[in-house]
Design a protein around this ligand. Structure first.
Ligand SMILES: CC(C)(COP(=O)(O)OP(=O)(O)OC[C@H]1O[C@@H](n2cnc3c(N)ncnc32)[C@H](O)[C@@H]1OP(=O)(O)O)[C@@H](O)C(=O)NCCC(=O)NCCS
Length: 221
C-alpha cells in the first residue's frame, strides 16, 4: 500500500505540533524559526512583494517578521495552519540535502469544519521566475491532501497578478470565478480571481502518466 492508497485522516494527528520537513528537487521546506526573522524582513520589505499580497504591510515594520513567526507554532499545534519556510536545498557535510538560504513562504490556512484550506505564498524578488513557487506549493498541496486529509485547497490572487494565477494553474487548480473589487488594497479595490482543487482532482492528476510533481517531490533517501 502506498501513501496515496491509504484513507486520508479526517483530522491532523494531535501529537504533531510541527510540520515535517518536505524535500523537493531543488528546495527544502521547513518550519520557520525566530532566527529567520532578518531574512524574512529582507525579502518581504520589497514593495513588489507587498504590492500583490493582502496582509504584508509596506513599509514593513521592524519586529513584524519575528511576531509573524511567533504565531506559527500555536497555529500548527491547533491544526489551524501550516506555514513553511521555503529554502534552497544545499548539501551538508555528509552530502545530504539540507536547508539553505530562505527564498519565500508557503502556507495553508485550514478550516476543519469543511476540511479545506487556503493556500498562500510569496517568493523573494531575487528568486522569481525560477519555478520555485510552483515547486514549493506543489509539495505543500500534496502535504495538505496526503497528511492533513484535506478535501479541497483554494486560493485567490489579484487579477493584476497573472504570475500567481499561472502558479495556481500549474498546480492543477481550476479557475472558479472572479470577485470584482472584492478586497481593499492601499488606495483602491481589487478584482480577485478564485481558484480551487479537490482531492479527487489532485488524485486523478497524480495518477496520470507523466506526473511531474509526484516524482520530483519524493524526499531524497
Ligand atoms: C507570484 C509569485 C509567488 C510567483 O513566484 P515564482 O517563484 O516566480 O513563480 P514560478 O516561477 O513558480 O511561476 C511563475 C509563472 O508565472 C509566469 N509569469 C510571470 N510573470 C507573468 C506575467 N506578467 N503574466 C503571465 N505569467 C507570468 C511565469 O512565466 C511562470 O509560468 P511558466 O512556468 O509557465 O513560465 C511571486 O511573483 C511573488 O511572490 N509575488 C509577490 C507576492 C505574491 O503575489 N504572492 C501571491 C499572492 S496571491
Amino acid at each position: 500500500m502506498t501513501i496515496r492508497d491509504r484513507p486520508a485522516p479526517r483530522r491532523p494527528r494531535p501529537d504533531v505540533f510541527e510540520e515535517p520537513t518536505l524535500h523537493t528537487e531543488r528546495l527544502v521546506l521547513r518550519p520557520f524559526v525566530v532566527a529567520d526573522a532578518p531574512a524574512v524582513h529582507a525579502l518581504v520589505a520589497a514593495r513588489e512583494v507587498a504590492d500583490t499580497t493582502l496582509n504584508i504591510p509596506h513599509p514593513y515594520p521592524d519586529g513584524a517578521a519575528a511576531e509573524w513567526i511567533a504565531t506559527h507554532a500555536a497555529a500548527s499545534a491547533a491544526g489551524a495552519a501550516a506555514t513553511y519556510a521555503v529554502t534552497e536545498s544545499v548539501r551538508d557535510q555528509a552530502g545530504l540535502p539540507a536547508a539553505g538560504p530562505l527564498v519565500g513562504a508557503v502556507s495553508l490556512v485550514v478550516d476543519r469544519r469543511h476540511d479545506n484550506a487556503e493556500l498562500g505564498y510569496w517568493i523573494g524578488v531575487p528568486f522569481w521566475g525560477k519555478g520555485y513557487c510552483t515547486e514549493a506549493a506543489r509539495a505543500v498541496v500534496r502535504y495538505g491532501f496526503e497528511v492533513l486529509g484535506l478535501h479541497r485547497v483554494h486560493a485567490m490572487h489579484f487579477a493584476r497578478n497573472p504570475a500567481s494565477g499561472r502558479v495556481m494553474q500549474k498546480l492543477g487548480m481550476r479557475l472558479e470565478g472572479c470577485r470584482r473589487e472584492h478586497v481593499r488594497k492601499w488606495d483602491g479595490f481589487e478584482d480577485v480571481a478564485l481558484y480551487g482543487i479537490l482531492v479527487s482532482d489532485w488524485r486523478a492528476a497524480a495518477a496520470a502518466p507523466g506526473d511531474r510533481g509526484e516524482r520530483a517531490e519524493r524526499a531524497p533517501r
